[in-house]
Design a protein around this ligand. Structure first.
Ligand code: IVH
Length: 714
């Protein structure tokens, strides 16, 4: 046999070249997905798939140290901070955590701890750990000086984060000022540290996430894939008022004290207790475990409970309790050696895609839904999953009859993640997105900047009608108890009502005719027992006629007008007639109202159907202006500031400009836009600029938001 040394050399060189190329392409791929996840909040692959890529890269780099690069994503934490926000350098870097993907990984970690701390087996068994839920949000560092919250930043790349102070201030559960002195459990007094940095996780409660996505779907806007992305997107808004509407929450898990009279707590569990005593929200399940077996028990126990919580957890963070051991063990560039994140296996399952159907929303947005062979996933049986929109269907090339991978995105709404192409049948047919509404068969439309296709047959499409009536009766609108999805569907299907105004034409006779569906068979025919429910519905309808004017505006379902927009319009125009006659310029002149809103309101009231609806509702006795009692209530507010001139500048956190102006006007004052000698007060919010400087120059009283509210007596 011919043995050619050159050949051997060539082959190995060739192999190494392949390895280098693989490493480089993996680095690019990982970098791309990090950018999608951290910066754009739009992950394209599941966390589990990302972990696979990341570990593959880590493994290759370990096997081939000759290709080390400090720029590799394995050497970084998170992603570069966005340049849209001021950057804040963290005093102590925010590290990530090493993962334990199984109980065996926890054992290996215990072994490493034993070696690192030079402990014998007995000592190792006695080691104390703090187990905490791993909240799936985004990490944040907050600074308090003399008890006052002064600054907060995202993790960014671990060294430098983004300044999101103003947005953090809108989180209601986050204390803005720490209690001066609080009692400790032992009865002693605890002072507030001169300087305190706390760290934790900002998250969006699952209930808020579901509400937000529903609102986005109603508007035909893109939804968030999971609560983590929603939290991140909300916290990184340029306008804090938008963040304020997103209902974020926070849990804190670490504290660094700088104070001549105080030092950091000696162990981590007391650190959590200190946070609690200072008034910070902490996660309630945290517990001390002795030995790694108790840690495993904790992880198993939480796995049975975590789906019942209003926040998403993807694992358990395990930390050594004794903080002196943290220093002894130190950290790698990526993560500390004294802590680990135990991750639950990804909640994904394979099943058959039986059909693709379409939901039609109140505004006509048409959203695709995957109909699946029932499959168990994260504690529930899943039969339907989201397919998001036409673009997603095209991207996945998903076809009826495919075997698909389904994931509980954020453990809430299942979604189709990918198609198992190896299981695709030879005769499968590409899915053709419908061009007509599945309910009324009207042609669908898609406007340039929207992801959703829409059915424009607003008043002729029965499903849009049902959802519009349901919205009208909903709690934030006319709040008609007992009139929900089920009753509305039956009333429309059985031709007892055709649109919103018909609700007020219902009487006992009509309601008695209603055929209720049999719960089990789904068949129509069974009467609902008794007549009490009829009485209740009719009373609720009557009561709703005098709902406050903003509720009525919201109930009309004008696109882009939610409950706060409705309040601003109600305040400004005071009656439906004035609002119906408003021009786009009139609306644009109101602070906070943009062109999309102005156009939508004007078009809504120009429509003949709206005119008919308004006149019908009026005839049926619905109150359509700010009520007398509300006007009297305003008149009763003391005119304490008659003749006083206020200038509002910068961004206020808890009030929008229209609300602040209203408070001033209600009290007899005037809101002006420029600072002069005649100005009595300047109210300065975040990033106030030249007006504030001018006020200081002229010696005018400057108020911050809290002082302004105090002055207004609210
Ligand atoms: S401790 C050096 N505790 O998980 C200690 N992190 O994968 C680092 N996280 O960046 C953090 N819940 O964003 C810690 N109870 C908890 C946590 C937690 C969620 C996040 C945090 C961190 C990431 C690491």
């Amino acid at each position: 046999m011919n043995f050619n040394l050159d050949g051997v050399f060539l082959v190995s060189k060739q192999l190494n070249l392949d390895v280098r190329e693989t490493i480089e392409s993996l680095r690019k791929e990982v970098e791309h997905h990090r950018f999608q996840y951290y910066v754009l909040d739009k992950p394209e692959i599941s966390d589990a798939d990302f972990d696979v890529l990341f570990h593959k890269l880590e493994k290759l780099e370990k096997e081939h140290p000759e290709y080390f690069s400090a720029d590799s994503p394995t050497q970084k934490v998170g992603a570069a901070p966005s340049t849209e926000f001021r950057q804040i350098k963290h005093r102590v870097p925010l590290l990530s955590l090493a993962n334990a993907m199984s109980e065996e990984d926890l054992d290996k970690w215990e072994e490493r701890l034993g070696r690192g701390l030079e402990l014998d087996e007995e000592q190792l068994k006695q080691l104390k750990y703090v187990c905490e839920l791993k909240i799936d949000g985004l990490s944040i560092a907050l600074t308090y000086k003399n008890g006052k919250f002064v600054e907060g930043a995202t993790r960014g790349n671990g060294e430098v984060g983004e300044d999101v102070t103003h947005n953090l201030k809108t989180i209601s559960v986050l204390p803005k000022e720490l209690k001066a002195q609080v009692k400790t459990y032992s009865g002693g007094l605890l002072k507030v540290p001169d300087m305190l940095e706390v760290r934790g996780e900002v998250y969006m409660p699952i209930s808020s996430f579901t509400e937000l996505n529903q609102a986005l779907t109603d508007e035909g806007d893109a939804t968030f894939a999971n609560p983590r992305n929603a939290a991140s997107g909300s916290l990184r808004q340029k306008d804090p008022r938008k963040t304020a509407k997103r209902k974020l929450a926070i849990f804190l898990y670490s504290a660094f004290i700088t104070d001549a009279e105080m030092s950091d707590p000696p162990n981590h569990f007391s650190e959590l207790e200190l946070l609690k005593l200072l008034g910070f929200p902490t996660e309630k399940h945290s517990r001390v475990a002795v030995g790694i077996n108790e840690v495993k028990e904790f992880c198993r126990e939480i796995d049975t409970k975590r789906h019942g919580l209003d926040y998403q957890t993807d694992g358990v963070v395990v930390k050594l309790d004794q903080r002196s051991l943290w220093n002894a063990l130190g950290a790698t560039s990526h993560s500390p050696r004294w802590a680990i994140a135990f991750k639950y296996p990804p909640e994904e399952a394979e099943t058959l895609l039986e059909d693709i159907q379409f939901d039609v929303g109140r505004t006509g947005a048409v959203t695709p839904v995957a109909i699946l062979s029932p499959v168990k996933l994260a504690g529930t049986t899943v039969k339907r999953a989201s397919l998001h929109n036409a673009d997603q269907i095209a991207r996945l090339d998903v076809r009826v009859g495919d075997t698909v991978l389904v994931r509980k995105a954020g453990e809430i709404i299942p979604e189709v993640l990918s198609v198992k192409l190896d299981k695709r049948k030879a005769d499968s047919i590409p899915f053709v997105y419908p061009t007509t509404c599945p309910v009324c068969h009207h042609s669908l439309e898609r406007s340039g900047d929207e992801v959703a296709f829409r059915c424009p047959n607003t008043y002729g499409c029965p499903t849009q009608t049902k959802r519009r009536i349901e919205h009208f009766a909903s709690r934030d609108a006319m709040d008609i108890e007992g009139v929900g999805e089920k009753l509305v569907d039956l009333l429309v299907d059985q031709n007892l009502i055709k649109d919103v105004a018909d609700l007020y034409r219902l009487d006992a006779e009509k309601l008695k005719q209603l055929k209720w569906k049999d719960k089990k068979s789904g068949e129509a025919g069974k009467e609902k027992q008794g007549t009490k429910w009829i009485e209740n519905v009719l009373t609720a309808l009557e009561d709703s006629k005098t709902r406050p004017f903003p509720n009525l505006i919201h109930a009309l379902g004008i696109r882009h007008i939610g409950s706060s927009g409705a309040e601003v319009l109600a305040d400004h125009f005071m009656s439906i007639d004035a609002l119906a006659h408003a021009t786009q310029d009139d609306i644009l002149a109101i602070d906070g109202m943009g062109p999309a809103i102005a156009q939508s309101v004007v078009e809504f009231f120009q429509s003949d159907l709206t005119k008919k609806l308004v006149s019908d509702l009026r005839e049926l006795g619905v109150q359509m202006q700010v009520s007398e009692s509300e006007i009297n209530a305003r008149a009763a507010i003391e005119k304490t500031f008659t003749g006083k001139v206020f200038v509002l500048t910068g961004t206020l956190e808890t009030l929008d400009r229209a609300q602040a102006e209203k408070m001033i006007k209600d009290r007899g004052g005037k809101a002006s836009s420029s600072v002069s000698k005649k100005t009595d007060f300047v109210v300065a919010g975040a990033s106030a600029g030249s007006k504030l400087a001018k006020a200081q120059e002229l010696g005018i009283t400057v108020l911050d938001e809290a002082q302004f509210k105090e002055l207004m007596g609210v």
